[in-house]
Design a protein around this ligand. Structure first.
Ligand SMILES: *Cc1c(COP(=O)(O)O)cnc(C)c1O
Length: 417
């Protein structure tokens, strides 16, 4: 084996799986709200010699020699993120969003301290204190919920809950809540009860960067975490934004507190994705993501589907199938849609009675389709086709016809060509 032999010769098995995955992405419609398609430029940065280098520490203060270009790239990522979000301090080393949250918890909490966060089946995230996650094992967690009638977070209830529980930190942000968070209201509640506030913008990082979603930094939220691979299209990873006074604490909680060397090839990807996010085209993209989601929600509603909270303010919606399709589980809906080439995920809904592996809902998002060029007309077509399948998942005439339509759309809107 030579270092310069191509992948197809060194490992045809992995090469063929990658090629097949590329085909799968081209030939299906990805409507998973947490996914996206990054640019070739981001992938060009990721698949490089940056993966060879140890760069424990931070720009200008590393534990290894030869870090000059590591410093250059990490500083570019930091400076661009500061510009995008207006934050005092940025750490771009968290390997993922979960590690970003860990970095914040390790900065201000001791084991046994109290977290108040959104319940998982109401849209929260495992890293917000689920018992199967480190956050639930290390900390004392209580959770707020959405109002069962409206599907919206009831901020008065959150305030009362915070008053009783006296949390050390309140976590805002979600994976499946279709509405904007009132970061300012949560910040007021946190101030009243003397708690820190972490706004986890994992899903909406790109929308916040583009100014089409509220920015918690503007509401004096001291800690903000995000994923870099969701709406912002900067490749897999996480990041932390914080006030200057917590900068040293956050940096040492990430390294050496909870991680070793940074994944510098991914930091390079983040730098490139952030540069793309600073362009006017990206702002247009983010706006279209939200317009597409709102249109899709209209289409679903017109067909009689029930949406948690009745619609969306952002890039995703949560379809509650219990009323319109009482016999169709989230798992069955996911699989029927996958059979025709539409990829969504089953999702628990508020008041869920089925298991998380079955569920009564599906979560549907527009970021990847918008990346491949879909506007509202195409989204409307996709919404109509999805409903046809949900109404008649076992009718081969329907599924064959829909499948052919999806193929046609995929060919008309190639991702990488
Ligand atoms: C996706 C997500 C994360 C991060 O997930 P990773 O898979 O660890 O990157 C964190 N918080 C929320 C709310 C999320 O939706």
């Amino acid at each position: 084996m030579n270092l310069t032999d191509p992948l197809v010769e060194v490992d045809p098995d992995v090469q063929s799986a990658i090629a097949a995955e590329r085909d799968r992405q081209e030939s299906t419609l990805d409507m998973i709200a947490s996914e996206n398609h990054v640019s070739e430029a981001v992938m060009d940065a990721q698949g490089t010699v940056m993966t060879n280098k140890y760069a424990e520490g931070y720009p200008g203060e590393r534990y290894y020699g030869g870090c000059r270009y590591m410093d250059e790239v990490e500083q570019l990522a930091i400076d661009r993120a500061k510009e995008l979000f207006g934050a005092d301090h940025v750490n771009v080393q968290p390997h993922a969003g979960t590690q970003a949250n860990m970095g914040v918890y390790f900065t201000v909490l001791e084991p046994g301290d109290k977290i108040l966060s959104l319940e998982l089946s109401h849209g929260g995230h495992l890293s917000h204190g689920h018992r199967a996650n480190f956050s639930g094992k290390l900390y004392d967690v209580e959770q707020y919920e959405v109002d069962p009638e409206t599907g919206y977070i009831d901020y008065e209830e959150v305030a009362a809950h915070a008053g009783e529980f006296a949390p050390d930190i309140i976590v805002s942000g979600s994976s499946a809540y279709p509405r904007e968070f009132e970061y300012d209201t949560i910040q007021e509640i946190a101030d009243e009860v003397g708690a820190y506030h972490l706004a986890d913008i994992a899903h909406v990082t790109g929308l916040v960067a583009a100014g089409v979603h509220a920015n918690p930094v503007d509401h004096d939220v001291p800690f903000v975490t995000g994923s870099t691979h969701k709406t912002i299209r900067a490749g897999r990873g996480g990041m932390i934004l914080c006030d200057e006074e917590y900068a040293d604490g956050v940096d040492s909680s990430v390294f050496p507190g909870s991680q070793g060397g940074p994944l510098m090839h991914n930091v390079a990807g983040k730098a490139v994705g952030f540069a793309e996010a600073l362009t006017p085209e990206f702002e247009e993209y983010a706006r279209q993501v939200v317009d597409n989601a709102k249109r899709l929600a209209d289409v679903f509603r017109q067909h009689g589907l029930s949406l948690v909270s009745g619609g969306t303010d952002k890039h995703l919606m949560l379809v509650d199938l219990r009323e319109s399709h009482p016999d169709l589980t989230g798992k069955e809906a996911e699989s029927a849609l996958e059979d025709v080439g539409v990829i969504v995920n089953k999702n628990t809904v508020p008041g869920e009675t089925r298991s998380p592996m079955v569920t009564s809902g599906i979560r549907v998002g527009t970021p990847p389709l918008t990346t491949r060029g879909f506007g509202e007309d195409e989204i409307e077509t996709v919404g109509d086709l999805m409903v046809e399948v949900l109404n008649d998942p076992d009718d081969a005439e329907v599924t064959d016809r829909v499948s052919a339509e999806i193929d046609r759309l995929c060919e008309e809107f190639p991702i990488y060509g």
